[in-house]
Design a protein around this ligand. Structure first.
Ligand code: NAD
Ligand code: IPM
Ligand code: MN
Length: 369
């Protein structure tokens, strides 16, 4: 039996998570895998009612799970940062989920906003450092609220934290060479002499302490991987090239903050926030990993039943891969692929008129067909 903690959370979180769970139970029936889901009521509503963010009983319960599925947190009536830091970042940190893996993959049938680019061009993965940098919450105010106010927010970069992330990225590049779920070299790739590559995305020209450490660690680790090309882009130029020549990227490794920003850009390359999946990984499996869409609680569309559930469904597939159930994972991706080949049903973000539930049902039916 596999026990999964479910934090549906706020806004569209519960709407898309419901579809993810429907698809999960369908694949469980087909593959004869016994998934037990345990709901955890965490998020804005509970916080507003009780003041609870992530009580010990919940964190202990989540720790006992094999993996966690999260919808989104973020509530219009709760000040920014309270739920994000108190729930989402706390889980990422406490469970040492130091890798945030964010594949950027354009499915056939989904329109790419970049003219002339197709599925062969948009196929990369971002390895985002997930436990350090500006996210650690180191900082404070002096003279708060006065005209001389000072605010400090410190980026923390440790050699072990940076190095394990870079090493994970090189391993990922090797795995992409062998795994069907990631980019296989197409005929076009071979003609163009495409080689597996890891691109470090940083800002060494300005962040001359933190990113000097990143660059030195990158150079040293890359020498252990002579089969993988190493590449460097400043983050500003990387944003430009993700638009003009996305096909040049294979594996990107980057800091927590830059990884957050470039993966929303990456989401757009793959058809929008409704399609981008992610995994917060504890690679040593010393605590559960957590899978979630890249998007947030989308308060602008919450409660209307029109959020695209595919990012949540594809996050379930990533979770199954991580639980060493690649066949179940691939069945979900194949069902998503099939649904996206058809013009309908599609939610409004993909130009359709379907509801969240319509799309979830279509994926389940494709899976069961
Ligand atoms: P967002 O990702 O929630 O929304 C950005 C835009 O994308 C919105 O226009 C939204 O309608 C659209 N969108 C998002 N998901 C969609 C889906 N499944 N289908 C169709 N359209 C979708 O980002 P935001 O508006 O900046 O943040 C809203 C709240 O969510 C904030 O409180 C933020 O802190 C939080 N947030 C949480 C997470 C998380 O829990 N993992 C991630 C990002 C943002
Ligand atoms: C994400 C989100 C989070 C992040 C926020 C909600 C803390 O934007 O998962 O991309 O910045 O990591
Ligand atoms: Mn983000």
């Amino acid at each position: 039996m596999i026990q999964l903690g479910v934090v549906a959370g706020d806004g569209v979180g519960p709407e898309v998570t419901a579809c993810g769970l429907e698809v999960l139970s369908a694949v469980g029936r087909i593959e004869d895998i016994d998934f037990q889901t345990v709901p955890f009521e965490l998020g804005g509503e509970r916080y507003l009612k009780t003041g609870d963010l992530l009580p010990d009983a919940d964190i202990d319960g989540l720790r006992r799970c094999d993996a966690i599925l999260l919808g989104a947190v973020g509530h219009p009536e709760v000040p920014p940062g309270v739920l994000e830091k108190g729930i989402l970042l706390r889980l990422r940190f406490d469970f040492h989920q130091y890798i945030n893996l964010r594949p950027i993959h354009l499915y056939t049938g989904v329109e790419c906003p970049i003219k002339g680019k197709g599925p062969d061009d948009i196929n990369m993965v971002v390895v985002r450092e997930n436990n350090e940098d500006l996210y650690v919450g180191a900082g404070g105010f002096a003279r708060r609220g006065t005209p001389e106010e000072v605010a400090i927010q410190t980026s923390i970069n440790t050699r072990p934290g940076v190095e394990r992330t870079i090493r994970f990225a090189f391993e990922q590049a090797r795995r992409r060479a062998s795994l069907g779920t990631f980019r296989g070299l197409s005929a076009v790739d071979r003609r163009q002499g495409f080689q597996r590559q890891v691109t470090l995305v940083a800002k060494t020209n300005v962040l001359t302490f933190a990113h000097d450490l990143w660059m030195r660690a990158f150079s040293e680790v890359s020498s252990e991987y002579p089969d993988i090309k190493s590449d460097y882009q400043h983050v500003d130029a990387c944003c430009m090239r993700m638009i003009t020549s996305p096909e040049r990227f294979d594996v990107i490794v980057t800091t927590n903050m830059f990884g957050d920003i470039i993966t929303d850009l990456g989401a757009v390359l793959q058809g929008g926030m409704g399609l981008a999946a992610s995994g917060n990984l504890n690679p040593e499996k010393a605590a559960p990993s957590m899978f979630e869409p890249v998007h947030g609680s989308a308060p602008d569309i919450a409660g209307r039943g029109i959020a695209n559930p595919l990012a949540a469904i594809l996050s379930v597939a990533m979770m199954l891969d991580d639980l060493n159930l690649p066949r179940a994972a691939e069945k979900i991706r194949a069902a998503v692929r099939q649904v996206l080949l058809r013009p309908a049903p599609r939610t409004p973000d993909l130009g359709g008129h379907a509801t969240t539930a319509d799309v979830g049902r279509a994926v389940r039916e494709a899976l069961e067909a």
